[in-house]
Design a binder for this molecule. Structure first.
Ligand SMILES: Cc1cc2nc3c(=O)[nH]c(=O)nc-3n(C[C@H](O)[C@H](O)[C@H](O)COP(=O)(O)OP(=O)(O)OC[C@H]3O[C@@H](n4cnc5c(N)ncnc54)[C@H](O)[C@@H]3O)c2cc1C
Length: 397
C-alpha cells in the first residue's frame, strides 16, 4: 500500500526540521525525510553564529525575529538550543566605515540593539585587540551562538510530539509531478503520496529540483573551520565574536577557552560536489586561519590548533536564500540556497513557509526570497557573488 502524508519535507538540516515542526504544530500529517541522519549536512558543521547586522534590512529583521526565538527556545520547543550570548563585533576600515555608521543607524531604527564603536572603544571591549587600520566596528551585545545539533534535535523532538514522522537513512530519488501538480516523492524502495513537498535538501536541493525540470541558481562551495585553544587567558568571558572582511576571518568563542575561526577570503571558498567534499582540514590551512585571527587578537598568536573540519555553503547569486512556492508546480516548495547564514534564520523561515502552506499567506517578509527574483539572472551562473556572511560583514551596499 502506498504511504501518504499531508506534506513531505526533504532534508533533516535546521531548515527542514524547522519547517517540519511548524507544519506539524499546525495540524498537518508530516513526513520528514533525511537520507543520512538529522543534522548530517552543513547544519552539523556550522559554528551557529547568531547575529543581526546585515546590509539587507529584511535579513536583519528576520535575524532579529529568529534571535528572539533562540532566546525563548525552551518555552516554545521544550528543549535547549544551547544559545550562548557572547556579543558580536564587525570590524570595518576605509570607506566601509562611513557605510557602517549609516547601516548601524538603520538597524537601530529596526529595533536592533547595535552601536558603532570607535577603534579605542573596540579596544576597551577587547583589551588584547590590535586595531591598526580599523575605522570602527558594529557591536551587537545580544549576539551569540547556538549548538546546531541540539537545536535540530529539539525541533525534531517537538515535531514528533505533534505527531510527525521522521525517516532517516532513506534518500528521496525523485519528486513526483503530474499535470503541473506535486504527487509526492519516490525513494529507491517506495513511493509516498503527498500534495505538498518541500525541498529543503541544502546543497543537494538543485539535484532534487532537477527531477522536476527546475534549475535552482545554487552553487556549492567548501568552507573550513578551525578550532583553536585553549589560550593562556580565559576566552569565553572576555572574547566576543568578531568578523572583518579586510582581515579575511570571522571568529566565535567556544567553551573551555577555545574559539572557532573561519575564512572570509573568497579564495578559500572552493567549488565542490557535496557528495565528494573532503571534510578534513590540514594543519597548514588551520595555521593560516589562526595567523589571520592573530593579526587582530594577541591572545591567538601561536594558539594551539585543536582540529578543523570542512563542509559546504549553498550559495545563490545575491547571497540570500531561496524560499517559497515553485511558480511552475503547484504544491512544490523550496527552502534552500542558505548562502552560509541559514542557521540563524531557521526559526522564522520554518514558520514563514509553514504559514504560506497552511494559511496561504505570512506576515513575515519571506517573499523577498522568492525564486522569481532570479528571472533577471542567468540561472546557470550562481557564482556572481560569494555567499554567506561575506557580502555583509563590511556593512556595504
Ligand atoms: C563552515 C560553515 C559555517 C557556517 N556558519 C554559519 C553561522 O555562523 N551562522 C549561520 O546562521 N549559518 C552558518 N552556516 C550555514 C548553516 O549551517 C546552514 O545554512 C544551515 O545549517 C541550514 O542548512 P540546511 O538545513 O538548509 O541544509 P543542510 O544542513 O545541508 O541539510 C540538508 C539535508 O538534506 C539531506 N538530503 C539531501 N538530499 C536528500 C535526499 N535526496 N533525500 C533525503 N535527504 C536529503 C542532507 O543529508 C542534509 O542533512 C555555516 C555553514 C558552514 C558549512
Amino acid at each position: 500500500m502506498t504511504a501518504t502524508a499531508d506534506a513531505i519535507v526533504i532534508g533533516g538540516g535546521s531548515t527542514g526540521c524547522s519547517i517540519a515542526y511548524h507544519l506539524a504544530s499546525r495540524g498537518l500529517k508530516v513526513l520528514l525525510m533525511e537520507r543520512r541522519h538529522i543534522a548530517s549536512g552543513s547544519t552539523g558543521s556550522s559554528p551557529g553564529i547568531i547575529r543581526q547586522y546585515y546590509s539587507d534590512p529584511v535579513v536583519s529583521l528576520l535575524a532579529r525575529e529568529s534571535l528572539l526565538c533562540f532566546q525563548s527556545w525552551k518555552e516554545e520547543l521544550g528543549g535547549d538550543c544551547g544559545f550562548v550570548r557572547t556579543g558580536f563585533l564587525t570590524g570595518s576600515s576605509g570607506i566601509d566605515t562611513d557605510r557602517m555608521v549609516t547601516n548601524v543607524q538603520l538597524r537601530q531604527r529596526q529595533g536592533i540593539r547595535i552601536e558603532f564603536l570607535t577603534p579605542s572603544e573596540m579596544q576597551k571591549l577587547q583589551p588584547d585587540m590590535i586595531t591598526d587600520g580599523l575605522g570602527g566596528g558594529a557591536y551587537e551585545p545580544d549576539a551569540g551562538y547556538c549548538d546546531t545539533v541540539a537545536t535540530t534535535s529539539t525541533l525534531v523532538a517537538a515535531f514528533r510530539r505533534h505527531g510527525g514522522t521522521v525517516i532517516e537513512g532513506k534518500s528521496v530519488t525523485r519528486i513526483r509531478v503530474s499535470g503541473g501538480r506535486v504527487l509526492g516523492v519516490e525513494t529507491s524502495m517506495d513511493i509516498i503520496d503527498a500534495p505538498i513537498v518541500v525541498n529543503a535538501a541544502g546543497p543537494w536541493a538543485p539535484q532534487l529540483a532537477g527531477t522536476i525540470g527546475n534549475q535552482l541558481p545554487i552553487h556549492v562551495s567548501r568552507h573550513s573551520v578551525t578550532m583553536l585553544g585553549p589560550t593562556a587567558r580565559r576566552m569565553l568571558d572576555e572574547q566576543v565574536g568578531y568578523a572583518e572582511l579586510a582581515a579575511r576571518f570571522y571568529l566565535r568563542p567556544d567553551q573551555h577557552n577555545r574559539c572557532l575561526v573561519g575564512s572570509l577570503d573568497a579564495g578559500d571558498s572552493i567549488e565542490t560536489d557535496p557528495d565528494a567534499c573532503d571534510p578534513v582540514v590540514g594543519c597548514e590551512t588551520a595555521a593560516r586561519y589562526r595567523d589571520r585571527a592573530a593579526t587582530r587578537f594577541r591572545r591567538l598568536v601561536g594558539a594551539p590548533i585543536r582540529y578543523g573540519w570542512a563542509s559546504f555553503f549553498d550559495d545563490t547569486p545575491d547571497g540570500n536564500p531561496i524560499v517559497g512556492q515553485d511558480p511552475g508546480v503547484s504544491g512544490s516548495f523550496v527552502a534552500a540556497g542558505m548562502s552560509g547564514h541559514g542557521f540563524k534564520l531557521c526559526p522564522v523561515l520554518g514558520r514563514g513557509i509553514a504559514e504560506m502552506i497552511v494559511l496561504g499567506r505570512t506576515e513575515l517578509p519571506i517573499e523577498h526570497f522568492s525564486l522569481g527574483r532570479f528571472s533577471k539572472y542567468d540561472r546557470s551562473d550562481s557564482r556572481k557573488q560569494t555567499g554567506a556572511d561575506v557580502p555583509d560583514v563590511s556593512g556595504s551596499e
